[in-house]
Design a binder for this molecule. Structure first.
Ligand SMILES: Cc1cc2nc3c(=O)[nH]c(=O)nc-3n(C[C@H](O)[C@H](O)[C@H](O)COP(=O)(O)OP(=O)(O)OC[C@H]3O[C@@H](n4cnc5c(N)ncnc54)[C@H](O)[C@@H]3O)c2cc1C
Length: 321
C-alpha cells in the first residue's frame, strides 16, 4: 500500500480550515513513509479552493465532479472508497467534524481498515502508523497502532495540525467517477439558521460558565440570576448546550465560541477538556470551581476552589444580593 489521501471539506462555497490542516497531518505521514500525498476535492471546481489546497507536500489534487454543490455523505463515502482503492492508499485522513463523521467511519467499515477518531498527534514508526487520541473522558492519551491493517482511516481534530504555509506544485487531475447509483440516495433540503442571540459571549469581558457539574437543567435559572448579579454573561460547556439546558450560542470551545474578549472566566463544574480549553485557556484570569482536585482545568486556572459549586453559589448569592 502507498499513498495518503486527504479529503477536503467545504460548505456553502467556503473551504474549511480543516482541509489545509489535514494536509499538515498528511505531510507528517508522507515524511515518515515517503508515500505520495493526494487531496480529494469532491463536488467543487472552485479555482480558489485548488489554489489554497496546492500546498507544499501535496502531489496531486483530485477533483471529483458531482451534480449537487451540497455535502452528501453517501457520495463522499463512495468516492473516497473508490479513490482510496485506486490509489492504493495506506491512510485516509478526514476532518473530525460533522461531515467527516458522517462518512469516515462508513469508509473504514467498507474498506475493512483500521480506524481512530478525534486524532490529535500522528507518527509512523517503521512504516506503521501510530495515532494519538484521548480516552476515558479525556483523562488519558492513547496511542493506537493498527497491526496487520493495510489501510487506516483517521478523523483528525480541528485546529491541531499546522497547515503548510508554502505553495506547492501539485498535479491537478479529475476523476470522472460514475456515481449514478449513489447520487440521489439522499438530498439536501435546506440550511436551518440558528436563531440570532441577543448576546455574544465572544464580546463579554466576564463569563460565568457552567458545566455538567450543575447536574440538572433545573439549576440553570439559578445560575442565570447569579451571573446577572455578578455582572457576568452566562456561558457553558458543550454537555450543557447539547442537553438543551442552554442554547448553543452560550457554548465555549472548539465547536462553540472562543471567549475572545474575556478577562475573567469563572468555571463552575467544568473539567477542562481540551475542546473546552480551546475557547478559554488564553483568558487572563481563570477561576475554577470543581470538587475533583485532579480536574485538568486547575492547571490553567490562576485561582482554584475545590468545593461544591452549589455551596459557592450560596455564598456568592449572600454576598451579591
Ligand atoms: C469534536 C468535539 C468538539 C467538542 N467541542 C466542545 C466545545 O466546544 N466545548 C466544550 O465544552 N466541549 C466540547 N467537546 C466536549 C468535551 O470533550 C468534553 O466532553 C466537555 O467539555 C465536558 O464538559 P464538562 O466539563 O461540563 O463535563 P465533565 O467533563 O463531565 O466535567 C464535569 C465536572 O464537574 C465537576 N463537578 C461535578 N459535580 C460538582 C459539584 N457539585 N461542584 C463542583 N464541581 C463538580 C466534576 O468533577 C467534573 O470535573 C467537544 C468534543 C468533541 C469530540
Amino acid at each position: 500500500m502507498a499513498g495518503i489521501l486527504i479529503v477536503a471539506e467545504h460548505i456553502r462555497g467556503e473551504l474549511r480550515d480543516i482541509s489545509t490542516e489535514l494536509i499538515g497531518a498528511g505531510a507528517i505521514l508522507k515524511k515518515a513513509t515517503g508515500d505520495p500525498l493526494h487531496v480529494l476535492l469532491i463536488g467543487s471546481d472552485d479555482a480558489a479552493f485548488i489554489d489554497r489546497l496546492n500546498r507544499e507536500g501535496v502531489d496531486e489534487i483530485i477533483g471529483v465532479p458531482v451534480d449537487s454543490p451540497h455535502f452528501d455523505a453517501a457520495l463522499y463515502e463512495e468516492a473516497v472508497c473508490r479513490i482510496a482503492e485506486e490509489r492504493q492508499c495506506r491512510a485516509v485522513l478526514v476532518g473530525h467534524s460533522v461531515n467527516g463523521m458522517a462518512f469516515g467511519p462508513a469508509v473504514a467499515a467498507r474498506l475493512g481498515s483500521g480506524f481512530a477518531s478525534d486524532v490529535f498527534a500522528l507518527a509512523a514508526e517503521g512504516g506503521e502508523i501510530v495515532a494519538t487520541r484521548s480516552g476515558y473522558g479525556a483523562k488519558v492519551q492513547v496511542e493506537v497502532g493498527f497491526p496487520e491493517k493495510g489501510i487506516v482511516v483517521l478523523t483528525i481534530r480541528g485546529a491541531t495540525f499546522a497547515a503548510p504555509e508554502a505553495a506547492g506544485s501539485a498535479e491537478v487531475t479529475t476523476a470522472a467517477l460514475d456515481l449514478a447509483e449513489t447520487e440521489g440516495v439522499s438530498s439536501h433540503l435546506e440550511y436551518l439558521e440558528a436563531p440570532p442571540a441577543d448576546f455574544d459571549i465572544a464580546k463579554s469581558e466576564f463569563l460565568c460558565s457552567i458545566g455538567r457539574g450543575i447536574k440538572d437543567g433545573d439549576a440553570v435559572p439559578r445560575f442565570k440570576q447569579l451571573a446577572e448579579r455578578l455582572g457576568a454573561t452566562l456561558s457553558c460547556s458543550r454537555p450543557v448546550a447539547d442537553s438543551g439546558w442552554l442554547s448553543k450560542p452560550h457554548q465555549v470551545g472548539q465547536s462553540g465560541k472562543v471567549a475572545a474578549s474575556c478577562k475573567l472566566y469563572l468555571a463552575l463544574g467544568i473539567s477542562g477538556a481540551v475542546q473546552h480549553l480551546f475557547g478559554m485557556k488564553h483568558v487572563e484570569t481563570i477561576i475554577a470551581v470543581n470538587t475533583d482536585p485532579e480536574a485538568p482545568i486547575f492547571k490553567y486556572a490562576q485561582y482554584g476552589a475545590c468545593v461544591d459549586l452549589f455551596e459557592l453559589a450560596d455564598a456568592l448569592e449572600k454576598q451579591f444580593n
